[in-house]
Design a protein around this ligand. Structure first.
Ligand SMILES: Cc1cc2nc3c(=O)[nH]c(=O)nc-3n(C[C@H](O)[C@H](O)[C@H](O)COP(=O)(O)OP(=O)(O)OC[C@H]3O[C@@H](n4cnc5c(N)ncnc54)[C@H](O)[C@@H]3O)c2cc1C
Length: 326
């Protein structure tokens, strides 16, 4: 493990890994699904490079910055997820019009589809509870029903993250193993796609006696995410309205047969949704079984990323199974 104090230390570590051919893994938050930020060789942990400067219309974050406070979170209008099935997380509530459209569509269709459980919509609002109420009223009006339960929890950023975690079933507690697959949602879910999701939730219900858990998660995009053109950065899905993730969880001591059943569920729901949602996938939830991940994650940007890779890392010092290849 190396904990560089500054960029010079990083350069030394990378040069050491390159010259000695020791496998190198960069680690920032260590939060990536696939565990590529660790490995058998040198792990270069950038957590101390956590400076953040804002000015002149630009924000510059060190590679080790972990949480973004409300001031920076708000303009980014990111989406964060909490995963109790079936749940819909619309990012920040007053993001662009695509968000209510995606959320209401998913909510309505899942509620009407006979899926077991009660659909929940969860989000973060930066502002006061009284300012949030009319926003929620507008959402309820768009859905066409008031909802059975509305809970507003005023809190600071850290507590908001913990609260989202708790409502999502808890990820800050004991560690669990999990696998995930995803699709990019390019337009509001069709009734046929919602029916597939409902059937998947029904199957999940039947796995109740099997160790572990699972869920469907819809993160809305829109807002500042879609302000950029698809080729402006590596992330190409700028016209998408959301991301749907399929998750299976289990514990260290779960019977391997049960783990297999959880994984089979994951593969089945992903395959069943593919005809409805196409081939796009979310790079932040890497899926080790995805064969066309280059197109799924990076779309038309992949050839350009290959050129960058060839120019910046011709010796493949930075590598892992789904790395951009020259
Ligand atoms: C419980 C949980 C919930 C999550 N929720 C969300 C969510 O709501 N929304 C979302 O978008 N994502 C979510 N993710 C996914 C996660 O945010 C992404 O995988 C993110 O990329 C993790 O960032 P990290 O800094 O922890 O990456 P790490 O795990 O540290 O690294 C990820 C990859 O990037 C490489 N890397 C790290 N630092 C550098 C660097 N400085 N230079 C070059 N390469 C580097 C690593 O080697 C590795 O291959 C979630 C993950 C978990 C475990």
């Amino acid at each position: 493990m190396a904990y560089p104090a500054d960029v010079h230390d990083v350069v030394d570590c990378v040069n050491f890994a390159r010259s000695s051919r020791v496998p190198l893994a960069l680690r920032s938050g260590g939060h990536g699904y696939a565990g590529y930020s660790t490995g058998p060789g040198l792990v270069l942990d950038t957590s101390s490079l956590n400076s953040a400067t804002v000015g002149g219309g630009q924000a510059l974050f060190g590679a080790g910055v972990k949480g973004l406070g409300p001031t920076t979170h708000w303009p980014l209008r990111g989406c964060r997820s909490a995963g109790a099935p079936p749940s819909v997380w619309p990012g920040l509530w007053n993001a662009d019009p695509a968000t209510p459209r995606t959320v209401t569509c998913a909510f309505e269709q899942l509620s009407d589809s006979g899926a077991p459980g009660v659909p929940t919509v969860t989000g973060t609002f930066i502002g006061t509870p009284s300012a949030l109420e009319p926003v929620l009223d507008r959402l309820a009006a768009a859905v066409g029903r008031a909802g059975t339960d509305r809970v507003i929890v005023p809190c600071d950023y850290t507590r908001a993250a913990c609260e989202a975690d708790r409502r999502g079933g808890g990820t800050l507690g004991p560690r669990v193993a999990f696998a995930a697959k995803s699709h990019i949602v390019r337009e509001p879910l069709s009734p046929a796609a919602a029916a597939v999701m409902a059937a998947a939730l029904e199957q999940l219900h039947h796995l109740t006696g099997v160790g572990g858990a699972g869920g469907l998660l819809i993160d809305a995009l829109g807002g500042a995410v879609n302000d950029r053109l698809p080729g402006a950065t590596a992330f190409p899905h700028r016209a998408a309205v959301g991301v749907v993730q399929y998750h299976s969880y289990w514990h260290q001591f779960t019977d391997p047969t049960h783990v297999d059943r959880r994984l089979d569920w994951l593969r089945d729901v992903h395959a069943a949704m593919q005809p409805h949602l196409g081939t796009g996938g979310y790079t932040n939830g890497m899926d080790l079984e995805l064969t066309d991940w280059q197109v799924a994650y990076h779309g038309d940007n992949y050839p350009r990323m290959q050129r960058v890779k060839a120019a910046c890392d011709p010796e493949d010092v930075f590598t892992f199974p789904q790395v951009v290849r020259r």
